[in-house]
Ligand binder design. Sequence first.
Ligand SMILES: Cc1ncc(COP(=O)(O)O)c(C=O)c1O
Length: 380
Amino acid sequence: MSQSEEYGWKLSNLISNSNFKFDREEIINICGKENLVDALKVISNWENYIPTPLISLDELSNQLKLNNIFYKDESKRFNLKSFKALGGAYAVEKVTKGNKNITVSTATAGNHGRSVAWGAKKLGLECKIFISEFVSEIRSQEMKKLGADVIRVKGNYEKSLEECIKQSKTNKWEIVQDVAWKNYEYVPKLTISGYSVMIDEISRQTDQYITHIFLQAGVGGMASGAIAGVAKYFKRIPKIIIVEPENADCVLKSIEKGSLQKVNIQKESIMGGMSCGEVSLVPWQILKNSVNFCTSVADKYVAKTVAMLKNKHFCNKNIIGGECATPGLISLIASCDSANIKEKLELNKSSNVLLIGCEGDADKNLYSELLNKGNKELGN
Ligand SMILES: Cc1ncc(COP(=O)(O)O)c(C=O)c1O
C-alpha cells in the first residue's frame, strides 16, 4: 500500500520562520548555563532515576522512507507518566532549598501539578494545587494520592492560575509555576532546564546524528527545554519543527508575525496539555529564533495514532502514548504524505527524526476512550 493510501493525513498549517538564527550561546544563556548543568546533576541523582527508552520506530521509517525515527518514551518517567516529572519536582527542590516549613502551590492542566506534588511529597512539604473545571477527576485523584490539596476553580486554566496567585499571596505559599510572566522567570527557567535532561539522555542513547526534531508545544516550555538541551548536548543542530493543535497554535501565530500573539481558543483540543492560547515569556525568547518550521494538526488523527502506537503499527513494541504523545507522529506522517512538504522539510532517506512521546496514560479514562475509538477507526 502506498503511504497516501495508508494514511492520507494532512497538516492543518505549515509555516517557516523568517527570523531563524540558531545561536547556541544565546539559548543556553536564556536558560542559564548553571541551571542546565545543575538540573542534570540533581535529577540524575534522584532515587529510581533511569533514562526513559529511546525506541526506534523502524516499521514507520521504512514506510516513510526515512533512515531512522526515534521515539522518546516519556510514559516511563518516574511512574508519573510524562516528561513533566523532570520540571516541576526539580523546581520545588531548588526554590525550597531544604526548608521544610514552606508550602508550595501551582495551577495545572494535570501533569505539571503531579510533578510539583511528587516533588513536595519527596521533601515532606505541603502542596496546594489549583485546577480548572476542565481537568479530569482522575488527574485530580492522582495529585491527591501524592498528598496534595487539590482546589477546583470555576473557569479555565487562566482562572485557576489567577486563584493560585491570589491565595498564594495571602497565605505566603511559594508558587512553582511552569509559565513565566513579568518578574516571574526564575522558576520557569528551572522547569525548562529540567526538561533538557531528555536531550542529554538521547545524546547518549544513539550515535546517529538527529537531523529533525518534532516538538509539541502548549505554552512552549517542553519545546524550549528540548531546544536548550540541543544547544547544550547535541554536536549538530537538527531542523526544529513545532507541532500544535490547530485550535491552539499560539507558537505558530507568534513565529509567523515575529512577535507574541494570543490565540482565542474556540474549542479546547483533545490534547489538553497543549490547548494553550499564549506562549510563555521565557520559552518565547528561545523559540523565536531557533525554530525552523511550525505545524499544526487536527484532533481527528489522535485516537487512531494512540491505537497504532499500542498495536505495534510503527515498530514491534507496544507503546502507551496518550493524547499529547501523538502530534509529533501525526505531523511527521502528514509531512511525508505530501511530496512538496517532505522536500521542503528536507525529509529523505538520510533523515534521523526524533519524536517526543510526551506522555503515557496519565489520564487512564481518556486513554482507554481514545484507544477504543482508535481501534474502531482502524477496524480492529
Ligand atoms: C502532557 C503534556 N502537557 C503539556 C504539554 C505542553 O508543554 P508546554 O506547555 O511546556 O509547551 C505537552 C507537550 O507539549 C504534553 O505532552
